[in-house]
Design a protein around this ligand. Sequence first.
Ligand SMILES: C[C@H]1O[C@@H](n2cnc3c(N)ncnc32)[C@H](O)[C@@H]1O
Ligand SMILES: Cc1ncc(COP(=O)(O)O)c(N)n1
Ligand code: SF4
Ligand SMILES: [Zn+2]
Length: 598
Amino acid sequence: MRASGSSISSRSSVASRPSLDASWSLSPCNCVSLCPSSTAAFRTYSWASISFVLMRTDIGWRCRSKRPSNAAIPLYRPFSRKTRRYSTQLMYCSELLNDISLIRLVRYTSFPQFILLSGITRLSMPETQLQQARAGKITSAMKRVAERENCKPETVRKQVANGQAVIPTNHSHESLDPMIIGREFSTKVNANIGNSDTTSDIKGELQKLHTAVHYGADTVMDLSTGESLDQIRTANIEHSPVPVGTVPIYEAVKRAENPTDITHELLLEIIEKQAKQGVDYMTIHAGVLMEHLPLTDDRKTGIVSRGGSILAQWIEENGMQNPLYAKFEEICSIFAEHDVTFSLGDGLRPGCLADANDEAQFAELETLGELTQTAWDHGVQVMVEGPGHVPLDQIVENVERQQEVCDGAPFYVLGPLVTDIAPGYDHITSAIGATEAARAGAAMLCYVTPKEHLGLPDKEDVRDGLAAYRIAAHAADVANDLPGARDWDDALSEARYEFDWQRQFDLALDPERAQNSHDQTLPGDNYKDARFCSMCGVEFCSMRIDQDARNTDGEMTTINDETDLGSSPAADVNLPPVGVHDTSRVPDEIEIDGVTFT
Ligand SMILES: C[C@H]1O[C@@H](n2cnc3c(N)ncnc32)[C@H](O)[C@@H]1O
Ligand SMILES: Cc1ncc(COP(=O)(O)O)c(N)n1
Ligand code: SF4
Ligand SMILES: [Zn+2]
C-alpha cells in the first residue's frame, strides 16, 4: 500500500514512486497508464513490487515470450509514429524486466487488446494529485497542505478532486514542500525570476530564488530567456522548497533558429524534458487561436504577452493553428505522467487599460475554458492565467467570468495594474488590482516588481515586489475572513500600542526594514522601549497621551489580552517575513560545472 505517514519526509515516497494499490482493477483506459513512464520511479522502487505488466497489442505492440540473454528486451515495437509515446513508456518496462528471470505470457485478459504478462509483481504509474483525489485517496501532499492551511485533509481532497484547487507537485521535485492554490485557501503569491539575454548568471538567479522564498513567495517562475537555461532551471528546482513554474515556449524560441521554425516535435521534446527535470507547473499559451488574432487589430498595445506574441507570429507566418493547441492532448499525457500542472497562459491579455475586457481577451478565455475540461479529462491539474492591465472597476467582472467559464479552476492573475501612469511604481499600481482580484476570488497573484516595463528585476526588486504582493494577499485574506488571518494584524497592533518596539519589528512583514526605519532617527537602545517615536515626538505622541488618560481612568488593565499567534488558525501564514516552507530537503550546496553554489 501507499505510504501513509503524515510527516513531510514521507512525501517523496508517495509522490514520486509508483503506487502499489491492491485494489487496482483492470480497465481498457488505464491499462496503458499502468506502465510506468518515469525511469526515476523505477530506480527508486524495488523489483519485488512488480506483479505484472500489461501491453496493448492493438496499437502495434509485439511481444516475445522469451527474454534474450541479459540484453534489454525488445519486447515492444511500435507500428507507427503515432504509437511512439507508448513505445517510450513500454521500453522503460523492458528495462525493468531485464532483471527478472522469467517472463511468461500466461493468458489474455478479458480485454482482448491487452496481453497480460505475469511472473512479475504488479506495477502502476504514479498518479496525479487530481487522479488520486478523485479515487478518494488522501496523499501525504494533501495531508501536509491541510496542516499548512489548518483544515481537514478531506477538505483538501475534495477541492483537488473537483478541480477547484491544485497542488503542483512534480514527482521529481525532491526538495518541494507541497502547497495548495485555490480560492478556498489562503491567497498565494508567485514571484517571477530568471535571466534575459542582457543580465544575470546562475549565482544571481539562485540569489533571487533565495530572496523570493525568504520574503514569502509561495511559488516561483523561472522565466529565463538568456544563457544556461537548463542549468538555471535544474539549480532552481533542486534548491526550491516551493513549486517552480516555467514557460516552455521560451526555450523553444532559443533552440530554433527563428521562432517560425519551431516544430511540434521540438515543443513536445522541450515540454517532456522540463517535466522530467521536475518543473511543477508550466504556462501553456494554447488559447491563442488563429481565429482570435484579428480581434487584436484595433488594440492600443496589441499582444503584450511574450508567449502570445511569439505564437501569433508563428501562426501567421506558418498559416497553421497554434501548435500548443494542436498538440494539447499530447501535452496532457506528458503532464499526467509527471503530475505537471497546467497554467493556461493568457497570451491575449490586455497590455493597457484601454484594451481590457475586449473581444480578444474574452475569446481566448472561452478557449481556456474548453482546454480546462480537456486537461481534467486527462487527470491533469489546471489553473488559468489572467490579466494584466485592468481598470479597478472591471476586475471583479474578470474574476467572475473566469470562474464561470473555467468551472472554478483556480485563477492566477498578473497584477492587474489599475493604471498605466506610474512606471517605476508598478508593484504598487498592480498590487492594488491584485488585492481586488483576490477579494473577488483569484487564488494566486503573480507579482509585478518596480522594474516592470523598464528592465530585468534584481534581488532588491524581488523583495519590493514580494512585500507589495504579500500585503495584497493578506489584505484580501483578512477582508475575505480567512480564519485567523486578522490575528497577525491584532498581534502587531498590540505590540505597537504597548510600545514594544522589538516585538513590532519581529512581527513586521519585513522585520529588517521596520527596524532600519526606526533606527534612522532613534538608533539608541534606550529608544527601543520609549513611549514615542520621531514621527510626533514625546510631547505629541497620541498613543502615549491616550494611554496616560486611560491609565488614570483605570481602563488599561482591561485591554491586556494578547493575541497568541502560535495558536492562531492561520499560524503557518502569520509568521514574518511570511509563511513557512519546510526547507529540510533543499541541499545546502549544489555543484554546476565544477562550481559550487549555496
Ligand atoms: C508575465 C510577467 O513576467 C515578467 N517577466 C518576464 N521575464 C521575467 C524575468 N526574467 N524576471 C522577472 N520577471 C519576468 C514580465 O515582466 C511580466 O510581468
Ligand atoms: C500570471 C502570468 N501570466 C503570464 C505569464 C507568462 O508570461 P507571458 O504570457 O508574457 O509569456 C506568467 N508567467 N504569469
Ligand atoms: S518589458 Fe521591455 S522588452 Fe518586455 S515587452 Fe515591454 S518593452 Fe519589450
Ligand atoms: Zn504591462
